[in-house]
Design a protein around this ligand. Sequence first.
Ligand SMILES: Nc1ncnc2c1ncn2[C@@H]1O[C@H](COP(=O)(O)OP(=O)(O)OP(=O)(O)O)[C@@H](O)[C@H]1O
Length: 326
Amino acid sequence: MAGRPGHPPLHRSPAAAMPPAMSDAAISIRGLSKIYKGGKQALFDVDLDIPRGQIFGLLGPNGAGKSTTINILAGLVNKTAGQVSIWGFDIDKDPRNAKASIGIVPQEIVFDPFFTPRETLDNQAGFYGIPKNKRLTDELLRAVHLDDKADAYARSLSGGMKRRLLVAKAMVHSPPVLVLDEPTAGVDVELRQQLWEYVRELNASGVTVVLTTHYLEEAEELCDRIAIINHGRVIANEPTRELVGKAQEKAVSVTVDRDLDKAPDAICFDKVELKGSRTLVITYSKDKVNAGEVLAAVQKNGLGIVDVSTQEADLEDVFLALTRAG
Ligand SMILES: Nc1ncnc2c1ncn2[C@@H]1O[C@H](COP(=O)(O)OP(=O)(O)OP(=O)(O)O)[C@@H](O)[C@H]1O
């Protein structure tokens, strides 16, 4: 969704401007645990700060605890232990302001199919007690490019349109924090790009965005910071470029022309392993050296090279390595 010239910012300060206990984080989570009825523990003592102004990615495999976390933020699931504040408002002590500070786009598409997009947004604004003359219905419809569908039944919208309507619905009360739970599931590539453009636009207007996704490439492209959650625990929480830095590791497998007793060493190798008697698996950082230098180092040890194969790590590998370790 391309930004429109003169398009008004969709984010206004939340109704309660100054939170009592000002915290720097948009969302602050301390010692959060959740045990469902029946005994399933979905979260274990989670600590997480989501900085203001960022696009923050919450990644994790199925069943990791992402939805549980989001549902606790949304007030849909009761936590078992811990503290959560949204925009500085404690969800137990100040639930009204905490709720007013967050908009949530759920994973499932849920709204009444007999309401039109305009009615859907108007009803939601009414639910938040926003007076008619303060409602942003038309602006929101324009922003998500549904102005020409404003009066069509929701059931006649395509999947992508419905998803955009859900985003608009989450923004009716101009929350400073927007959470999207797997927003692109079932959305085709083009619409996904449009949705991300809109998310970027919202973020540029000051909205802190939290999203869960399985699309690591998208998280890499969109998010300033990424936390990885696995089996109910946060196992990584780093600026995206640092996490991606971990993906700078590259391995090359080199078969040499004679049997070796031990692997040779060189400064440019991060790690070297001898497999069988003739194959060296050498790990190096591709931001520091290139494959040519690595091979030259092998030859300097007086070895001839018979065969070479390389493997490249990407964020997917880092994610898998971290979640396996968890
Ligand atoms: N209402 C519930 N009752 C019992 N167990 C639940 C309930 N909701 C979730 N769980 C369990 O808690 C764990 C975490 O689930 P959660 O939905 O938070 O994971 P997730 O990371 O969001 O996964 P997904 O990507 O599949 O949505 C899972 O083992 C799940 O089966």
